[in-house]
Design a protein. Sequence first.
Length: 209
Amino acid sequence: MKKISIVIPMYNEHEIANMCYKRINEVIKQLNNYEYEIIFINDGSKDKTLPILEEIASQDNTVKVISFSRNFGHEAAMIAGIDYSSGDGIVCMDADLQHPVECIPQILDTFNQGYEVISMVRTANKSAGFVKNLTSGLFYKILNKISEVHFEENASDFFAITKKPAEVLKKHFRETSRFLRAYVQSIGFKKTTIEYEAHDRAAGESKYS
Ligand code: UDP
Ligand code: MG
């Protein structure tokens, strides 16, 4: 594994964009022997997210910005990021630092052990609340009953894949209504999970009402 792509969707994240870039850069700069790129996807933000990202990219040529003409949603943004990434390993994570960037070295170790699909699994979901945890638990119970593939219940939009599953996603998973965190678990390849403890949102509010 030579090159790592970090894929980060942003919708109205002007309070966070710079902080997110700084934190990722701190961690990624310390990785010796890896090339890297950071791909930010501006998902039709109505605030200053895009000019901030463009400013960052103008100072740092490891940063690429994809910008949507309107808001297409988190999953469409992740797919675009995966499509444009050139890394041997791709890490998808949220902009608000709820997905700890400190996990990136462990993800790379896990790639180097031969795993191609890594689902990041929340240990505790403090912010989600009782009802959300209960309904999502039920959802996965039913899904696992009807499916041949086992899906991790606490898998998140924080996951990492190598080039091979990324190619499969690019070619064969092009529906407009998607469920990416589950797709990545269903396409085969050697897969595993890593546990992480979700942080609180670094600033701003959830973009889902
Ligand atoms: N996001 C996006 N498009 C949207 C909504 C959210 O790209 O339409 C991004 C958002 O900027 C963040 C990630 O998806 O990087 C997760 O969003 P958020 O933190 O608001 O979700 P929550 O953690 O509350 O589930
Ligand atoms: Mg969040």
